[in-house]
Design a protein around this ligand. Sequence first.
Ligand code: F6R
Length: 365
Amino acid sequence: ERGGYDHFMLKEIFEQPTTVENTMRGRLILEDGTSKLGGLNMSHEQLMAIDNIVITACGTSWHSALIGEMMIEDLCRIPVEVEYASEFRYRNPIVTPTTLCIVISQSGETADTLAAMREAKRRGAHTLGLVNVVGSTIAREDDGGVYLHAGPEIGVASTKAFTSQVVALALFALKLARKRTLSVIRGREIAQAMHDLPAQIQKILDRAAEIEKIAEEYKDAHNFLYLGRGFNFPAALEGALKLKEISYIHAEGYPAAEMKHGPIALIDEKMPVVFIAPHDGVFDKIVSNIQEVKARGGKTIIITSRDEPALEGLVDHEFRIPETVDMLTPVLASVPLQLLAYYIAVKRGANVDQPRNLAKSVTVE
Ligand code: F6R
């Protein structure tokens, strides 16, 4: 049932060309640079009336929410708040009849996320579930939904659900933006980039052995730092979460420029720092952060996308990902980070499919 893979987690990482494809199947309209989402259950008028969006989720799903926030604000020019479901439900959240509440959950059963959705509904928001498990409680109770169609995720550490969540958010942002603020030319560029993702993910997976080598070198580290900027700040958080939950190595994700406001004190020759630095709009900015780490003797593992003279002398290890539009870079960048966490955990003898203290679906608050 693991299809020849040693663990479900590895199988699910390798399924991502297909699962990402399945999330987009029948939904992407290349010609018009938009998407079709049959389950939104919102009229054109309702979609046009949305003037604020709240996205609520937990854990990995909360990380995809942060990427969704940036996509929607950038493409649709609608203010978005991302809230931990456990916090949202006990606050006194501001929800209006023109609030859209997007709820993201792989399982569709997370207790806090469900309660947050119910609270948003009670206050009159339209709720939209981005859920993987068909017929789950959140999928049944939301006002509209976008199923991820990633197939059952068995590994406790979420991998394929995360990339599908980001793609589903991109589909939604594209649809809304094309109704309101985005030209067909720019819409087509994004739709084409989405269409190309599965083949690009496959190219990354074909080079998994490069990541396994890096894992061998750092498997005994006690700490890891993950740094990214812009769309890849949430990718840094997600990379760190994957590592800590399955390898039990302490890891932190930070916006790269925040490092000098504190975490820089941690850097010495024993500290591996993973930079998520594809060649996007903030590449030049992250180079200076890489210099700051190198100057203090830190070990740099850099996920980037081109030959770059600016990186000369700053790289201990490098892994190349294909290029795409900025907003989709976290989809590609997260794949080597999943592999890094996986290989490190396996080399430390950890049970990656059943990490200690964790449950696949957190149905208690
Ligand atoms: C991490 C992980 C958890 C879940 C979180 C929310 O790998 O799997 O952080 O993302 O418990 O779960 P769902 O998405 O099912 O609501």
